[in-house]
Design a protein around this ligand. Structure first.
Ligand code: RP5
Length: 156
């Protein structure tokens, strides 16, 4: 199964590289697109609408400002959509967070923290790990390594 990553602008790319890195680390195939809810709505609809049939498991959608991208993705698919609000040029990303998280009842978006690309990827992997034992074991290993790294700070 694959994960789709979409972002509203090339200016989001640096933050979203964090999601690609995690997916690569877990060996999860993913496709990255720059598509905008406002600037390229038709191309966005076409891409999102075809994902389930193409074997995708989840969509990660990142945008800043009036961040409608994740919500529009969710309108066009019943795959889980994970939103990443991007910290833009104003309000420290609060505008993006609120635009993304305040979805109308019936069309959910799972929204992570501002610039939370890494957690978005981990959440997508956790969804896939419900039915994928290999990914479940990799997640267990990731958590163990993470805990060991935190605890290592106490040994000096
Ligand atoms: C959003 O507007 C994009 O997702 C980006 O975070 C923000 C600014 O886009 P650019 O003006 O840098 O292209 O749609």
């Amino acid at each position: 199964m694959k994960v789709g990553i979409v972002m509203g602008s090339v200016s989001d790319r640096k933050v979203m590289e964090g999601a690609s890195e995690i997916l690569r680390e877990f060996g999860v195939e993913h496709e990255v697109k720059i598509l905008s809810a406002h600037r390229t709505p038709a191309a966005l609809e076409e891409w999102v609408s075809g994902l389930r049939q193409r074997g995708f498991a989840a969509v990660i959608a990142a945008a800043g400002g009036a961040a409608h991208l994740a919500g529009v993705c969710a309108a066009f698919t019943t795959l889980p959509v994970i939103g990443v609000p991007i910290k833009g040029r104003s309000t420290e990303g609060l505008d993006s967070l609120l635009s993304m998280v305040q979805m109308p009842s019936g069309i959910p978006v799972a929204c992570v923290a501002i610039d939370g690309a890494k957690n978005a990827a981990l959440l997508a992997i956790e969804m896939m790990a419900i039915t994928n034992e290999e990914l479940k074991l990799k997640l267990d290993n990731f958590r163990e390594m993470q805990a060991a790294m935190v605890l290592a700070n106490n040994e000096a």
